[in-house]
Write a new protein. Structure first.
Length: 435
């Protein structure tokens, strides 16, 4: 288990460029299975979860060629479906939650798919119901081997239909879209997720010859086609990383320029950080965050405490709530953080409390942060990263604390952030990886 040793309390300075979006990449890479023709994808992040999915694609028979940093070609013209029943696939697929995304394209193109119960973050229950209910409505049948933890999905023919999703699941919507784009007839998905990453997937499928309309709304109309062709696609910058760097600049009183952020795709993210009093300026397609001595949390018009909560897009992404919570610990004022979509993402707050933060954990979904207004800095400590986002939040806390901190289990951070210590060192951070 690797660790980071961090000497915090230093101001950082310079430019940092966000990696390609992890969540988009997992969808886009799965979509290469929809065609036998070559697909070129650029700006793919070099992170554990994405590399694991590429490895699974190779094991399935996809021809993968690395063309340059973050650029690959994929050709799924000879797929070995027998691999889906192998012990190797059971092991690799079970350790990657994103492996669920290959089910839709395999089902669409070959009429069968299988997946072990996926792993991933320990952030509470994350249901797969939306995926499988959608597949069933298209005409697929599935069974679950309770003993071995394996899902088997089969379909003689997928047929378009109307479906109202119980939840606007991003991965669920993406999986159903990939299955429906080769189904016979028209599919209507109501209460579809409409995140930019899902929009990217739909646009890519259309470039491959698909017929999807309503992109960006919660009502998707998909007219099935007989086959799809190749295309080129560029992955968006990772909005979660962009938010992380905004939070880092605020916590460390640093002046940072975040390059090439695709600002128009960030939705309410910049405005949510501004609610904490953080100054940020759009400069072309960059974000400039000036060094601030302090930042003050806004209150509602009636004077009541600010409440920041997550919601399906275009609401605030749940992946940045842990960053917001950490940043609020040094703010002037108080804020209620309400994590609606997962029930245990706030449990890392005990580590922040150990560092001196004033946080009241109301229940598994809500925490009130009483900002210290920089009158008392966070104290260095030893901690363990429970998941990707909490791990980076603890890293930001450690970089702001005076003294030396250690974070264990940084493999969780590596799952979502590319070469993070080198990029932090480039802007002045004192961080060392210990293997």
């Amino acid at each position: 288990m690797a660790s980071f040793k961090i000497k915090g309390g230093k101001k950082l300075h310079g430019q940092i460029t966000p990696q390609g979006a992890k969540n988009e990449a997992l969808q886009i890479l799965s979509a290469v299975l929809l065609t036998s023709e070559k697909v070129l994808v650029s700006n793919i992040p070099d992170i554990i979860d994405v590399n694991k999915l590429i490895e699974i694609l190779i094991d399935l028979g996809v021809k993968v060629e690395k063309l340059g940093k973050g650029s690959y070609s994929f050709q799924a013209d000879q797929i070995n479906l027998d691999h889906l029943s192998s012990d190797d696939f059971r092991d690799k697929g079970g350790r990657l939650r994103g492996s669920i995304m290959i089910v839709g394209p395999l089902l669409a193109r070959f009429g069968k798919a299988a997946i072990p119960r996926p792993g991933g973050d320990k952030i509470g229950r994350r249901r797969l119901d939306t995926h499988f209910i959608g597949f069933e409505k298209l005409g697929a049948e599935f069974n679950y081997d309770d003993k071995n933890g394996f899902f088997q999905i089969n379909a003689k023919e997928l047929k378009g239909t109307f479906m109202l999703l119980e939840e606007a699941s991003v991965t669920g919507t993406a999986n159903i879209v990939m299955a429906a784009c080769l189904a016979k007839g028209k599919t209507t998905i109501y209460n579809a997720a409409c995140e930019p990453y899902l929009q990217q997937l739909c646009k890519m499928i259309n470039r491959m010859g698909g017929k999807i309309s309503g992109i960006g709304s919660n009502l998707l109309l998909i007219e099935g086609v007989e086959k799809l062709g190749g295309c080129e696609h560029r992955v968006l910058p990772d909005m979660i990383e962009i938010g992380s760097w905004i939070g880092l600049a605020a916590m460390t009183q640093s002046e940072l320029t975040i390059k090439d952020v695709a600002y128009d795709e960030l939705g309410v993210i910049p405005g949510t950080f501004r609610k904490l009093g953080i100054q940020l300026e759009r400069r072309g397609d960059d974000i400039f965050v000036p060094s601030q001595e302090y930042y003050e949390i806004e209150s509602f018009i009636d004077g009541s405490i600010m409440n920041i909560s997550d919601a399906p897009w275009p609401g605030f992404t749940p992946d940045l709530l842990s960053i917001i919570l950490v940043v609020a610990t040094q703010a002037r004022g108080s804020v209620l953080i309400h994590q609606k979509m997962f029930e245990s993402r706030l449990f890392f707050t005990d580590k922040l409390i150990d560092m001196g933060a004033q946080i009241i954990l109301c229940d598994p979904h809500r925490a009130t942060v009483i900002g210290l207004d920089r009158k008392s800095k966070l104290k260095p400590t030893v901690m363990t990263s429970p998941d990707i986002r909490a791990g980076v939040s603890l890293l930001i806390a450690a970089l702001s604390a005076d003294g030396e901190s250690t974070i264990h289990n940084i493999e969780q951070i590596d799952r979502g952030y590319e070469d993070i210590e080198a990029r932090l060192k480039a802007i002045g951070a004192d961080i060392t990886r210990l293997n």
